[in-house]
Write a protein that binds this ligand. Structure first.
Ligand SMILES: [Zn+2]
Length: 56
């Protein structure tokens, strides 16, 4: 089954670190997998890997 990575970035205004104001260096990731999702071609499901970035 093809694996499709879908990355969801955080908002631009969340990208600055709250402790030092520089570009964010404390980032977390939440990964969920969605199996057997209908793919782009009918009859060929795919495994979607959803990656959500978050601020720690
Ligand atoms: Zn910092």
């Amino acid at each position: 089954m093809p694996r499709v990575r879908e990355q969801h970035d955080i908002r631009d205004d969340e990208k600055n670190c709250s402790c030092c104001g520089s570009e964010l260096h404390r980032k977390g990731e939440e990964v969920t997998e969605q199996l057997d999702r209908p793919g782009q071609n009918p009859g060929y499901p795919e495994c979607a890997v959803q990656i959500r970035l978050s601020v720690l």
